[in-house]
Design a protein around this ligand. Sequence first.
Ligand code: SPV
Ligand code: MG
Length: 287
Amino acid sequence: MMTRSKILRQAIQDCTGVSLFLEAHNGISAKIVEKSGANGVWASGFTMSAAMGVRDANELSWTQVLDILESMSNCTNIPILVDGDTGHGNFNNARIFVKKLCLMGIAGVVYEDKLFPKMNSFVTAAHSLVDIDNFCGKIKACKDSQTDNDFCIIARTEALIANLGMDEAIKRASFYIEAGADAIVIHSKKDTPVEILEFCKKWNKKAPVIIIPTKYEASPIVQFQEMGVTGIIFANHLMRASIKVMNDICQNIMKHHKSTGLEIASVEDIFTLTNMQALIEDEKKYL
Ligand code: SPV
Ligand code: MG
């Protein structure tokens, strides 16, 4: 059977194409991502936090994250790749989270080598990383704990975000793959892909690479694929789109005292997305 984790595993190992993961932060945004034909959902720590009105600095508890993931998993069928931040603590916290994700039918998790509590990578602040040994222990504990063989544990190094240099990024990525990680996420805060391309060149397709081109989003995808990138995460775009439209509609209503004049989804669109018709049919059958 093609489980979601198996689909994710094949997607990130497939060097003949690039899989696209689009951000979602709740059930309805996950459904919209699925409808778009994306290869998977990126359950973003940044936007799940924002959706709850809090900062991307581990202010959301891990059980709150699990609740959001449960809604996303229940109402979609495509793979969900979860932003697991630092694993919410040490190896033990991280592996408990992995076990819960496996139970929920989540396809994979990305853990980053920052210190808990993490801080969003684009915030101008000191970004401290944990020791390589510490993070490798976390990866090993998670691989030993996953109850779904295809569940993917992806290691994200923040070496470039923390200004530790390319050699440190390559070194960390190599140790993480040796520890059992299924792929590497390499993140950069530069607004050109120069660091990412240099990483990929030095990495030389040693293991699958996934990137998050938030800052260098104008760059054509094909150049990354040629360098061994198998997955691209569009990490926050549904949240950014919805904030813009929510702001616009509020302004419009307050200014003109009516909701017309801006194009927004209809009530029927919500019925369709939540499959109201199926309930109407079931009522005929069961009521
Ligand atoms: C997220 O979407 O939460 C990410 C990507 O981790 S970033 O915000 O760029 O750190
Ligand atoms: Mg994050």
